[in-house]
Unconditional design. Structure first.
Length: 479
């Protein structure tokens, strides 16, 4: 039997409003996001073609992936230079970081015949590469403009805070590396521009992030909708049928339906109402998607995240979105020590998750409409510190999708990694030869954004890079 004082509406209403003090009690959409949208104006749409469906999936590897072990050279002479830079072939306790040749997965760059090795833990990527569905973008990093060794030495127009985790993560996401004051990301600014034309759902953003807010997807009016690997977070008890839950649901509906004269209170209540309904709608849509693809999620958080991405793509029509941007992430890459062992585990997780996700896009029939790309703070020093590697700059990233020009490497993999090579800033920190801007520009063009003033609004530095002008893709990794 329920005691009367437990259902006194007046104190419960007050308590419910107090509970809502940090939006988490009733919603997973922040009040700050709502207040952003109050002052935002719709950006003018300038796009080549927004027909059909397309999705971008960013896999961010937090901490700085040592990507010259993920993809290492095998061509005669180049292999020896790599080993010289890495201090020789790794053996327990010897401090070297070079991978032994046994177990490496050999691939060939069909544009020039150079041979490379994919890390032993990433056999799944070789399968995708050989099938033409995966490639690598080489020696890419955040740049304000094309930068020479002389520019670096004279400190001419360099990204702020080079070799810093916080700064280089920010620069990857904003593509404005000359400042720390930028609060929107290039994908968020792109979503601002096109969201009204591709998203018919007012409550669920076209930008969907797994488990965390990120700057990449944050725009002036469009911000990420945060979900977990299990779906959107719903309010406990709400919508259930047992007695106290029905009372709680009734009180929640009552509070959120009230008329408020104060703008902040009104906005807050409206945002919570929308978010509560959105969570229920999102979960109903994704729960209805059945995948035959088996994701290897045991101990692999990235695979769990990408499984939810696949389900969300499968529910795109029910959600009401013809363009989606996803952000997933995996930490554990800041390997100043125990690099070899840590990479064996983490790179294996990445390879399994990417292969399973690609298979799911094939099952869904959207493999040509989804581009997945990795990003990371920076690469790491080729030189060993005795146990691992330290913060560097230019590195290699993965590109995956049915529309990728596979069986080849894109950008410029250095012809030599030997100590003191033409790009070596010291300790094997490599000067990038391809910019994040060029990568983002090609992705945006494929997504439907015109390479004109619209692109400049998304990527303010894009005209600093001569190859990024006109109608052709600046790098050419997309067919």
């Amino acid at each position: 039997m329920i005691r009367k004082h437990l259902i006194d509406r007046r104190p419960l209403r007050r308590d419910l409003l107090k509970m809502a003090g940090g939006c988490a009690a009733l919603t997973n959409t922040s009040l700050l996001s709502t207040l952003f949208s109050l002052s935002a104006t719709n950006a003018a749409v300038a796009a080549n073609d927004l027909s059909g469906y397309k999705a971008l999936v960013c896999v961010f590897l937090y901490g700085g992936n040592d990507s010259f072990n993920m993809l290492s050279p095998l061509t005669s002479g180049e292999r020896e230079d790599y080993l010289a830079a890495r201090g020789g072939v790794y053996a327990p306790g010897n401090g070297a970081l070079g991978l032994p040749e046994d177990g490496l997965h050999t691939i060939t760059d069909t544009t020039n015949g150079r041979t490379f090795a994919i890390h032993p833990a990433m056999g799944d990527l070789k399968t995708l590469y050989d099938a033409g569905d995966l490639s690598f973008l080489c020696n890419v990093g955040s740049l304000v403009e094309p930068t020479t060794m002389n520019d670096y030495q004279s400190k001419s127009n360099l990204p702020l805070g080079l070799f810093s985790h916080a700064d280089l993560q920010r620069h990857w996401m904003t593509s404005v590396p000359q400042t720390r004051s930028q609060v929107t990301g290039w994908a968020g600014r792109m979503a601002d521009m096109i969201s009204d034309n591709v998203n018919t759902n007012p409550n669920i953003s076209m930008s969907i992030a797994l488990n965390s807010v990120n700057m990449l997807q944050t725009g002036g009016s469009v911000v990420p909708y945060i979900v977990t690997s299990s779906g959107a977070s719903e309010v406990n008890w709400y919508g259930q049928t047992w007695t106290q839950a029905r009372i709680y649901s009734e009180l929640t509906d009552d509070v959120l339906a009230r008329s408020y004269s104060n703008l902040v209170e009104k906005t807050f209540a409206g945002a919570n109402r929308n978010a509560l309904d959105a969570a229920i709608e999102f979960n109903a849509a994704t729960d209805a998607v059945t995948l035959n693809t088996t994701f290897r999620t045991n101990g692999n958080a990235l695979a769990s995240q990408l499984e939810m991405v696949a389900k969300t793509i499968g529910a795109r029509t029910q959600i009401g979105q013809s363009r989606q941007i996803f952000f997933v992430s995996l930490g554990g890459w800041d390997n100043h020590d125990e690099l070899i062992d840590n990479q064996q585990v983490n790179l294996g997780r990445v390879a399994e998750a990417l292969k399973d996700f690609y298979d799911a896009t094939v099952e869904l029939g959207v493999q040509n409409d989804v581009v997945t790309f990795t990003a990371s703070d920076f690469a790491r020093t080729l030189n060993s510190n005795g146990r691992g590697s330290d913060h560097a700059w230019g590195g290699n990233q993965i590109l995956m999708g049915g529309g990728i020009r596979g069986n080849r490497l894109h950008g410029q993999y250095p012809m030599s990694l030997a100590p003191g090579n033409a790009l070596d800033l010291g300790r094997g920190r490599l000067l990038p030869t391809t910019s994040v801007d060029e990568l983002a520009c090609e992705l945006a063009m494929w997504y439907g954004v015109s390479n004109d003033s619209s692109m400049e609004a998304i990527l303010p530095n894009i005209r600093n890079f001569p190859t990024a002008g006109g109608g052709a893709y600046p790098i050419g990794f997309l067919a």
